[in-house]
Structures are given as C-alpha cells and as structure tokens.
Write a protein that binds this ligand. Sequence first.
Ligand code: FMN
Length: 202
Amino acid sequence: MSPRTANMAVAVHPLLAERWSPRSFDATHTISDEELHSLLEAARWAPSARNSQPWRFLVGRRGDTTYEQIFSTLMSGNRLWAGQSSLLVAAVAAERLEDGTPHHGAAYDTGLAVAQLAVQAHALGLHTHQMGGFHPEQLRSALGIPDGYRPLSITAIGSLAPAELLPQALRDRETAARERRPLADTFFAESWGNPLTVRHDG
Ligand SMILES: Cc1cc2nc3c(=O)[nH]c(=O)nc-3n(C[C@H](O)[C@H](O)[C@H](O)COP(=O)(O)O)c2cc1C
C-alpha cells in the first residue's frame, strides 16, 4: 500500500483508495496508443443526463503542438510541474442540449467523464492530476473552442516519479498526509446537518 493511500474507515476498492493527484511525473514516460484509447473509452462511456454526452476533450501528448498549447494556458503554479506529464487533457462542456435549450447539468456530466478517465488511468498504473488553474479564454483561442462550449479543467496524466525530483516548494505537499472532511460532516439524514448513522460491524 502506498503511503498516499487514503486512510479510510472501511475497505474501499483499491482503485479509489490508492488514487491521488501527484505533481511529480516521469518526463521520459510516454503513453501507448492502446492506453490512450482505453482512457478515451472510459470517459466516453460515462453516464449523462438524457445521454446528452456534453463533454468534449482536447488531448495533447508531450512533444506535440496540442500539448504545448494546453500547457501554455496553465497558471504559473501548475506550469512548475505539469509539463513532465505524458498527456494533458482539457475537458470542455457543451452549454446547450441538441434542441438548443441550456444544459444545466453539463459541468456535472463532464466531471463524471473525467472521473471515469481518472479511475481508468489508475487501473493502467498511471496517475492523474486535475487542474482548474488555467486561463479558459486563452485555451479557447489557442485551440479554437467555439462559443457555447465551456472549458472546465485540464488533467495531467502520466507515470509517477519520485517526489525528490520536484522543486523544493512542491516536495512537502507531495508527501503530506491526504485529508478529507469526516463522514458525519458530509452525509446527512432526517434533516440537513444531522449526521447519517452507519452501523458497521466490520
Ligand atoms: C476541478 C479540480 C481542480 C483542481 N485544480 C488544481 C490546480 O489548479 N492545481 C493543483 O495543483 N491541483 C488541483 N486540483 C487537485 C486537488 O487539489 C486535489 O484533487 C485535492 O487536493 C485532493 O487530493 P487528491 O486528489 O490527491 O486526493 C484540482 C482538482 C480538481 C478536481
């Protein structure tokens, strides 16, 4: 078990317990076409409201123009590390349904697709790190994203490298304990804020 595995109260599937968002990626690693295809399929088969599939993705492999363009739109803190990743994937949501009405759930659905991609990446022995720290309008103009489509996130994907390879400022965060709010502050029953009781003998 990795030291970054979530400290969970009960057993959860290793793909979920062991997923975490590193910043240290192996700059020599490349993703095979088969792995890439598998990631895309995992995202494509996500559920969505009315099967509307509002997601679109721009995919760059390190060394190609798409990667460089996506990378250039990242905020400076993310540019410190994300350029070592093997792939940069920008997630974009269609703001309208096919009949032209607003798609209020587009971001929700697109996040689900990214989550599926992240779990599939972990199943392939890769790691992912999602980022909201980028300039959406720069991404729009760099890659020709039309009106009506909203850039939501950029995900770095690659193979984990040792924390020691990171700049000092990022090293401590890479190895710090991972934290989450307690269950009782998150899951309610009977009324808002009243903790759900879960009886568990395991
Ligand atoms: C939508 C979204 C945006 C994020 N933006 C950034 C970001 O810009 N830079 C960064 O370093 N991490 C970013 N993260 C990563 C989170 O900080 C990270 O997922 C969170 O601290 C939990 O850590 P874990 O993924 O290792 O469990 C983002 C994550 C998500 C889901």
